[in-house]
Design a binder for this molecule. Sequence first.
Ligand SMILES: [Zn+2]
Length: 378
Amino acid sequence: MSELQILNLGADPHERGLVHGRTFPDQIRENVEIYLNRFEMAGSPRDSVVQGGHDWARRIMAFDEEYAIEMAGVAEGSGLPLEQIAVLNARYELTYLSTLSESMAAMTPVAPVTPTELEDRTDGCTAFAALPEVTHDGGTMIGQNWDWLADLRGQCFVMRVTRPDRPNFICLTQAGIVGGMIGLNETGLGLCVNGLISDQDGKDLTQRPFHMRVRDIMNARNMNEALKAILSTDRNTSGNFLLGHADGEVIDVETAPQAANYLYPTDGLLTHANHFEVWNGIKSMLEVGGPSTLYRSQRLRRLLEQRNGPVDLALVQRLLTDHFAHPYAICRHEGDDEPMGNKKLTVASVILSLNDQVMYASDGPPCENGYQRIPLAA
Ligand SMILES: [Zn+2]
């Protein structure tokens, strides 16, 4: 069984970045290559993307000095230029640059996206939440399969941050990205994320990047602060944030750059994938190129509803290996029709037990690998 590495980090942001960079220099270099190659294939020459990395580094510093210092530590520790690390940390928004011509800078609005490009654009995922009234232990459980580039398998790790001044947290991330993806903190908060695409995306790329907001949520001391991290400013791109709390609360926030929708559990359950489920005039677009989202969320919900007895770890682990419509299933595998370099799979499957403060994570598709237990407390 392959396992995700766990990196224990402390309170000093520069030291955190330095250790991160020194521990995973090869993975970080490879991740930079993976994204630069993708952007180049889509029409953004690597030199112009890297050049734009200077702008992202400056913008990130203006938003949050601590994040910028940690990012600089990653650059120093890995021996890579800061602008390349900044590109990784803005990779979620840089996806929208791939139709820009070489001469355009990072702050220029992007051209419209064609439907066939859409599924390539962002991470697919199937997420769930279960409230205390349906769980075996009366706790809150959230989780997801994170479906993204097959090349990223083995390129991720779990950071465990312990510090006196802010909440301790554990968060799954791609090596080189400070902000992370999926995690929980000691105040009882947990976060899962799903890629979304709308017709509003990428028109203004001057807002706080997606991965910074994930770190903001790991820093949050309560649900109110976590929601502010998502909502207090406009966003560059669309995305779905499924927030859970150990005290039995779950709120799912579907965001477009200038709009947001809110979903709440019904009968103790909530599921979400990669299309907007609430209509408010936003054109939801990922399903045009990746229609599997239209059954993944509903199917996971139905399978959870059809359970015998309470929702427990064994049940959700089994459901996250569901192969309906393989390979475009909840447990995603590489498609024969996907070109090399653009194949997708479940890079990681993650279940967060918010009351125990434990992450269960599978490195790659969960049907091929077991879940390792990663507690917040080292
Ligand atoms: Zn599978």
